[in-house]
Design a protein around this ligand. Structure first.
Ligand code: 2HG
Ligand code: ZN
Length: 481
């Protein structure tokens, strides 16, 4: 590790240590290590330190010092990126900046229905704080116990409730940002209407830390759910899954909180690998759907009519032959157990061996075709490959994941990752979709940007990057090729 602390970095590290104090900088390789790789273990970077500023002012001072020295910075929240977005490169000269100590909830207002949270607040803590104030912060996904507000905004995270509440971007009203020259944008306005020139706040959402550091945000809150119903359904095929979504939406669009598709293969992995993982369907079959309905109307008797809605739609769909079998959760515990089947999909897939992820989207109407065509194309590419499509069908966002053939060497399978991704993406492109729906670009997908966003779009992105970060010190090697 001796070459990591290249001589030219030593004076800067000394200045940073003096500025931040002992709690504000980690340099012991053992302490730095967990920050060097990503959740999927795709990358193993190097860095001399993790900087841990405790306030926006401290971070601004850090950025000024680093900008003067031309030192590249890698923002890190909960480090749950699926595309290596928060991992330093192997050069050993990129400094990691953890936002973990900026973890105050500055304000929560149940009348304005807003919460002002710093970047390091864990998503689950934000949900709990909102609930404590009688409100709902709706962003929800598997990594919510680790991911942070800064991270979900920087990546414009989606998750399980996008169909009802939108992506992280739609939940954001205002931002505080430290720019790459150390200036601070004080934009923590909690306004529903604010047409005052370019909506700068939206530039930083989804920029994956390439334009500056989001340090705090004003987030939208919603009325809390007072009633909910969750069902797990075995459906005839992909078209039947989509038809079921339509039935619910046509009856009461506001009731659908999540509509998730799973393959029988993925549900099988869950039952096999996840401790206590039982599936409340006699024969889950090839295609499974999770429907989550919620209402902020108080329950009266049964509940706010949600149970009646759930039963009526499922009955119709059973009669139409779309739904083959269904189980409705009868208690909070049963509802959570159904959700667990969906939530544990990434973990179950990991345990089964190597897999290639394709976080893609198409128009909602095309999701059945996407699943069928991409599965067939991958099977033609590699006999024995196991498609494990799952995810947010109601948003047109399917995780079109592929599991290695049984018995194949995982490394040999992963060596074909690009062929597999290209095969899926060819179908996605044909259906008018996107090669990255919610996980972003990070480091993994920069080489796809030219083909998908080349021309005017990439040109404008590059000019924005050059204007805001002319030295290119913010999260280099991410997003832009
Ligand atoms: C989810 O929906 C995440 O659980 C992860 O977006 C998807 O593991 C994946 O491919
Ligand atoms: Zn997802």
């Amino acid at each position: 590790m001796s070459d990591i602390q290249a001589p030219s970095l030593a004076p800067l590290l000394g200045q940073l240590a003096a500025l931040l104090g002992p709690r504000g900088i980690l340099t012991d390789p053992q302490d730095v290590l967990p920050h060097l790789s990503d959740w999927r273990a795709l990358y193993q970077g190097r860095s001399p330190c993790v900087l841990r500023p405790a306030s926006t002012a401290e971070l601004a001072a850090v950025v000024k010092l680093c900008a003067a020295a031309g030192a590249p910075l890698v923002p890190q929240g909960g480090n749950t990126s699926m595309v290596g977005g928060a991992t330093p490169d192997e050069g050993g000269r990129q400094l990691i900046v953890s936002l973990a100590r900026l973890n105050r909830l500055r304000d929560i207002d149940p009348l304005d229905m807003t919460m002002t949270a710093e970047a390091g607040v864990i998503v689950k803590a934000a949900q709990e704080a909102a609930a404590g104030a009688g409100c709902l912060f709706p962003l929800s996904f598997g990594g919510e116990g680790t991911a942070t507000i800064g991270g979900v905004l920087s990546t414009n995270a989606g998750g399980n409730t996008t169909v009802r509440y939108g992506n992280a971007r739609e939940l954001m009203l205002g931002l505080e940002v430290v720019l790459p020259d150390g200036q601070v944008v004080h934009g923590l306005r909690r306004l529903r209407k604010d047409n005052t020139g370019y909506a700068l706040r939206h530039l930083f959402v989804g920029a994956e830390g390439t334009l500056g550091f989001i340090t705090a945000a004003v987030l939208r809150l919603f009325p809390r759910a007072r009633a909910s119903e969750v069902a797990l359904c075995a459906v005839r095929d992909e078209d039947a899954a989509l038809a079921l979504f339509r039935r619910f939406r046509d009856r009461d669009e506001t009731a659908v909180r999540a509509f998730e598709y799973m393959s029988g293969t993925g549900v099988g992995f869950y039952a096999r690998f996840i401790e206590g993982g039982s599936v409340p369907l006699a024969t889950p079959g090839e295609h499974v759907v999770l429907v989550d309905l919620a209402s902020s109307r108080p329950s009266s008797g049964e509940n706010s009519g949600l149970r009646a809605l759930m039963e009526a739609v499922l009955e119709e769909a059973l009669e139409a032959g779309e739904v083959l079998d269904a189980a409705i959760g009868e208690s909070e515990a049963q509802r959570a157990a159904i959700w667990r089947i969906r939530e544990e999909h990434p973990e179950a897939q990991k345990r089964e061996g190597a897999s290639v992820k394709n976080d893609v989207s198409v128009p909602v109407s095309k999701t059945p075709e996407l699943i069928r065509r991409a599965s067939a194309a991958c099977r033609a590419l590699m006999p024995g490959i196991r498609p494990v499509p799952f995810g947010h069908m109601g948003d047109g966002n399917i995780h079109m994941n592929l599991q290695q053939p049984e018995g194949m060497d995982p490394a040999a399978f992963l060596a074909r990752s690009h062929d597999i991704m290209d095969t899926v993406n060819e179908v996605v492109r044909d259906l008018g979709g996107s090669f990255s729906a919610e996980h972003g670009i990070g480091r993994l997908k920069t080489d796809m940007m030219e083909a998908w966003r080349g021309g005017a779009e990439l040109d404008v992105m590059r000019r924005i990057k050059a204007a805001i970060d002319p030295q290119g010190i913010m999260n280099p090697g991410k997003v832009l090729p």
